[in-house]
Design a protein. Structure first.
Length: 420
């Protein structure tokens, strides 16, 4: 469990913190609920990969960089699936030459298949693969190419274990998942009937959703109860099923801490400037702060931390609110003692809006916003080089509850500096 006060006092802001115990529980929950192996899509958050190694069934690694991270952390290579749309020859050579224990590679095109065959053959290796079926975009291959690869494969060099299929994220329609399963089952039958090929494994990315915004209602348990029989239909074909999951495994485990560094008002409203921004915080489907994510506001006083948006602590809040000098007041309270604020980051763009129009008790410099559900994609997808702002610290609350910083602040001015 993340202790907000400890994070603020010991580490400061801006910082991401990931709760490992929550992720471990989540892996077990999804595996039990869906009765399938769970592979973690490393792209969602590379900072927790080592912490989950004993629990997770495998890793879906989509670039040489992600491989280098996992390999540096001494992740068991028998858990690694090397995936991704651009597999360059030097990277594939390095992996195949040096390691004969990588679980498998995925094939995203006829060219990739030829490359993998060629490199494996030259190195006297036998490798295992899955062919990625396209969903109609730049990823994977069409059915004709898939059949061509199977029909022409050199089995002495490469075993094709089956199919990988991922069509997109944030899927909350059981109809869509059932349609995808239908497609996979038809393909399993076609490959068997036309080519005598047995699909032994399917690695399927169900794109399980996360609901990020206040007011959204979703009965996840009921949804997963519908997903399970859809997935069972694949297993009934005698196929081993693994699920590639990113967002749904780690999103809820992460919090992002950012402090108020400035405040002002003008005829258009009250503006709060935070030491973070859209360079650090990515909520899927969030457009210009129009939807309100789940967050807390904490004021750290000398002897205690007060949660400013927790209705149970109103008395303490009033006590804490009382110490803001009048000349520092920004905005006017309504009859309920609330002020409407717009939350902005530190970038030079009007688009750097985290949330618009939140109602809160009177805020002051140093108050900390803690955004929830940031464990997936925020630290990896943000436009973090813009304006040469520093990259935030990253901390982990490990499974025993210890808070450890696993990345100190990184200066992006070093990256953005031309060298003559
Ligand atoms: C091939 C592949 N598998 C799995 C994932 C993870 O998706 P999600 O985070 O929706 O679970 C992605 C995400 O882009 C992906 O590209």
């Amino acid at each position: 469990m993340i202790d907000n006060e400890r994070v603020i006092k010991k580490i400061g802001t801006p910082t991401y913190v990931y709760d490992v115990a929550a992720i471990l529980d989540r892996i077990k929950y999804l595996r039990d609920k869906l009765d399938a192996d769970i592979l973690y899509a490393v792209k969602a958050n590379s900072f927790i990969v080592k912490e989950i190694e004993e629990e997770i069934d495998g890793y879906e690694i989509c670039s040489k960089g992600e491989f280098d991270i996992c390999n540096s952390l001494k992740i068991n290579r028998e858990k690694m699936v090397i995936s991704g749309v651009h597999k360059d020859r030097p990277s594939i050579e390095e992996m195949i030459e040096n390691y004969d224990d990588i679980r498998r590679y995925t094939i995203e095109s006829v060219n990739q298949w030829e490359l993998l065959l060629d490199v494996a053959k030259k190195n006297g290796r036998h490798i295992h693969t899955l062919i990625r079926l396209t969903s109609g975009n730049q990823f994977g291959v069409c059915e004709e190419d898939l059949k061509y690869i199977i029909a022409n494969n050199d089995e002495a060099v490469m075993t094709i274990d089956g199919i990988e299929y991922f069509s997109g994220t944030q899927k909350h329609s059981i109809k869509k998942i059932n349609k995808e399963v239908d497609k996979l089952i038809t393909l399993i039958d076609t490959l068997h009937d036309e080519l005598g090929f047995s699909v032994n494994e399917i690695e399927y990315g169900p794109g399980l959703p996360i609901f990020y915004y206040q007011g959204e209602e979703f009965d996840e348990e009921a949804f997963l109860d519908e997903v399970k029989p859809a997935l069972d239909r694949i297993k009934e074909k005698g196929v081993k099923l693994s699920l590639e999951v990113g967002r749904s495994l780690v999103a809820a485990s992460g919090r992002y801490f950012t402090s108020i560094v400035d405040m002002k008002s003008n005829k258009n409203g009250n503006f709060v400037i935070l030491d973070g921004g859209i360079n650090h915080l990515v909520y899927y489907g969030g457009t210009l702060g129009m939807r309100i994510p789940h967050f807390q506001i904490v004021r750290v006083l000398e002897d205690k931390a007060v949660n400013l948006n927790d209705g149970n602590q109103v008395e303490k809040i009033d006590e804490a609110v009382g110490d803001i000098p009048k000349e520092l007041h920004v905005g006017t309270e309504d009859e309920n003692g609330l002020i409407t604020y717009n939350l902005h980051g530190s970038l030079c763009t009007v688009n750097d809006i985290l949330v618009k129009n939140i109602n809160a008790r009177r805020l002051k410099l140093g108050d900390v916003f803690i955004f929830e559900n940031v464990g997936a994609y925020s630290s990896t997808e943000g436009i973090s080089l813009f304006l040469s702002r520093d990259l935030p610290k990253i901390a982990i609350c490990d499974k025993d509850g210890n808070l450890k910083v696993v990345r100190e602040v990184i200066k992006t001015s070093d990256i953005n500096l031309p060298r003559y």
